[in-house]
Write a protein that binds this ligand. Structure first.
Ligand code: ATP
Ligand code: MG
Length: 425
């Protein structure tokens, strides 16, 4: 893709409430644009990254047997009344035509439980593992930190339905592995943390937490046992106890919940067991916010010049800058080589953002660092004199030359190689 045709450009502007690196850098690099606090437009670069994260989540959910559905985000009062949640703080409630009361989906147990009830009649229909990935709406009192806390945000929510506690527990453990795969593939080092089960269960729920300064959560890692706990489940008298705990500022990037029969009981959802008697339905819910994951990646992977995307979620793999020359023949040669490499790399599965603007090298390099694609290539009069292209990875300080004939093969190998990511905080 040619940079000159890309919709959305780098800018010095940042939202006045850009209180965190992800809000500032994603805005300045042209990934997102704030419509109002807590609501962002995804520009082409931003949407490409969000979709890559969503695809990773989708692959991992499919791998544990999840089936994707899509539930309306526009929902009737009745489903929330049935589960006793019409009054919850974060729900956006409003009246539609004819005074019909509705809410925007803040989560979806309330819609999915009756849905599954209507499609199951016997024990043979279980387990059921369904998920969706769409926007959720929450009237958060404080929308802040860019994509970390939105009022409209993207969420993957999976719901599992089981007839036995063992079946539930087996899936619950499996889901932890799938979640850790998601974060690892996205370049995040997530801890599994015990948290409160809310009003659903006496048991713990489990959160996936990533260390970052912008995080609003506090994780306490027990120095002896290695157990990681959300502060909400640490006794208050131990909150300052640094002898017992290592305390970290974190952001929650996922949360899985044993729901027991909280929602199935609410709508009297039982199923005929093998012996003909009615059986209770045990549920779990499993959430990840792909948009918050995107913000968290930027929180962890950036430096003073801009973003440093892991390869798997970068909107493009390569930023190729072709530098201008006053000599027409040289310029023609630069354009020809760059166009050829662009097409060959794309054909090899290496995605290229080609900066062919007639601007100063310095401003191209500044944009390259800000946008943060993992590999920068430069085609210029100087490099062509060596029959080469300049190659610099985003985390490297020094550039080197790679022969033009060798470049596509090297880029393919680079893309396929596992990545060693270091947090830059
Ligand atoms: P938090 O405690 O941070 O408010 P939560 O516990 O209310 O989050 P869940 O209901 O467990 O969140 O939602 C599942 C996932 O959705 C979270 O782990 C997070 O990744 C994401 N998420 C929740 N609220 C938001 C939000 N306001 N903006 C962006 N992502 C969110
Ligand atoms: Mg949570």
């Amino acid at each position: 893709m040619k940079y000159s045709t890309l919709f959305g450009k780098t800018t010095k502007e940042a939202p006045h409430d850009a209180d965190s690196p992800n809000a500032r850098l994603l805005t300045q690099a042209g990934y997102i644009h704030q419509l109002m606090a807590g609501a962002y437009t995804y520009l082409p670069l931003g949407l490409r990254t969000l979709k890559k994260i969503q695809q990773i989540v989708r692959e991992e959910m499919d791998a544990i047997g999840g089936q994707e559905i899509s539930v309306p985000m526009l929902t009737p009062k009745k489903v929330w009344e049935d589960t006793g949640r019409w009054g919850i703080d974060v729900l956006y409630r409003f009246e539609g035509a004819g005074g019909k009361e509705m809410a925007l989906a803040a989560t979806a147990e309330d819609m999915v439980t009756p849905l599954v009830k209507s499609f199951t009649s016997s024990y043979k229909d279980f387990p059921v593992l369904v998920y969706q990935m769409n926007d959720k709406f929450r009237n958060e009192p404080r929308a802040k930190s860019g994509l970390l806390r939105g009022r409209e945000f993207n969420m993957k929510d999976l719901y599992s339905f089981h007839l036995t506690q063992e079946g539930f527990e087996e899936f619950y453990e499996k889901s932890k592995g799938a979640y850790l795969n998601v974060y690892q593939r996205c370049g995040l080092d997530a801890m599994v943390v015990k948290a409160s089960g809310g009003d659903f269960t006496e048991k713990f729920s489990h959160e996936f937490q990533v260390k970052t300064e912008a995080g609003e959560d506090r994780v306490y890692v027990d120095k002896e046992s290695g157990d990681a706990l959300n502060r909400e489940v640490v006794p208050e008298e131990d909150w300052e106890n640094t002898d017992k705990y290592d305390i970290h500022k974190t952001i929650e990037v996922g949360n899985i919940f044993p729901l027991e029969t909280r929602f199935s009981d609410a709508i009297k959802f039982t199923v005929q067991g093998a012996d003909g008697s009615p059986q209770k339905v045990i549920m779990g819910s499993y959430g990840i916010g792909p948009s918050r994951v995107m913000g968290s990646i930027v929180e962890v992977h950036h430096d003073e010049k801009g973003i440093r995307w892991p390869k798997a979620v970068a909107p493009f793999h390569v930023y190729m800058a072709s530098l201008s020359s006053k000599d027409e023949a040289v310029q023609a040669r630069i354009d020809e080589v760059a166009a050829g490499l662009h097409d060959e790399l794309e054909a090899a599965g290496v995605e290229v953002l080609w900066d062919e603007r007639n601007t100063r090298p310095g401003s191209k390099f500044a944009d390259a660092d800000l946008i943060g694609l993992p590999l920068r290539l430069v085609v210029s009069e100087k490099t062509l004199a060596e029959n080469a292209v300049e190659w610099k990875e985003r985390h490297e300080d020094e550039a080197r030359l790679v022969g033009i004939d060798d470049l596509v093969e090297q880029a393919k190998q680079w893309l396929a190689a596992p990545e060693r990511l270091t947090s830059h905080e």
